[in-house]
Design a protein around this ligand. Structure first.
Ligand SMILES: C[S@@+](CC[C@H](N)C(=O)[O-])C[C@H]1O[C@@H](n2cnc3c(N)ncnc32)[C@H](O)[C@@H]1O
Length: 228
């Protein structure tokens, strides 16, 4: 799920956690989210020629790269808060990557047709108003993938998933998750309207046990735009 740039030094335990996470979840999650988000981009984009997409909090960039396999003529930009290690500086794959300060998106208004914030807002909850404002400023549509906590159980399990998915990489662990109400309030605060909501995203159907303990209604995608 997360950023290979976040921490250079990883213990054997962290490396094992990353390997378990990749096998159990990461690849399936990216494939499912990539397909759903791509279908929405194809429906909403204004033209078939070059679609500029910004992935804010891109992690390992696999979501953007999956979208590029489903959507033609994507011009991709990936942002995250970590510096690019020297070893990647000549790597063509990382040319689309740019570090930023996690606050100010370094592009002019309306540069992109789509911004993506996939499982990013809950990692910097206190900054979510600012990050959303910035994403609405630079793009026509913002595609948010995040979690809803629906009970003490879902909050506990979401935290556990975040530990497995992120701690090994050195990414800060979240304290909070959205509820339906707090998410609605945030959209009102940033003066945005929801164009589309996709609820109940089944990310774990490939694993019987995970699909029983992790519920689809904790996962949602919301596509928003500036209120006129
Ligand atoms: C759970 S990972 C998600 C990675 C990727 N978007 C995905 O869906 O696979 C959360 C990412 O958010 C990034 N992040 C945390 N705070 C951020 C901020 N203020 N602005 C942008 N990215 C941030 C982390 O560095 C990490 O790569």
């Amino acid at each position: 799920m997360s950023s290979p740039l976040a921490s250079n030094k990883k213990s054997i335990f962290k490396k094992s956690l990353i390997s378990v996470h990749k096998k159990l979840s990461h690849n399936h999650r990216i494939e499912i989210l990539g397909k759903i988000i791509s279908a929405q981009i194809v429906t909403l984009r204004s033209a078939d020629n070059e679609t500029k997409i910004l992935d804010i909090g891109c992690g390992d960039m696999s979501l953007m790269e999956t979208i590029q396999t489903y959507v033609d003529n994507v011009n991709p930009t990936c942002l995250d808060i970590y510096p690019l290690p020297e070893k990647f500086s000549d790597d063509l794959r990382w040319k689309k990557y740019r570090q930023f300060d996690g606050q100010n998106i370094p592009y002019d208004d309306n540069t992109f047709e789509f911004s993506i914030l996939s499982d990013v807002l809950h990692h910097d909850f206190g900054n979510s108003f600012n990050l959303l404002k910035e994403s609405l400023r630079v793009s026509k549509f913002t595609i948010i993938k995040d979690h809803f906590q629906r009970s003490a159980y879902s909050r506990f399990m979401l935290k556990l998933m975040d530990i497995v998915g992120n701690w090994g990489y050195g990414v800060a662990l979240p304290e909070n998750y959205f509820t339906e109400t707090s998410f609605k309030e945030l959209l009102k605060d940033v003066n945005a309207v929801e164009v589309k909501r996709i609820n109940n995203i089944e990310l774990y159907s490939h694993n019987y046990l995970l699909s029983k303990i992790l519920k689809a209604d904790w996962q949602f995608i919301s596509i928003i735009t500036k209120k006129r």
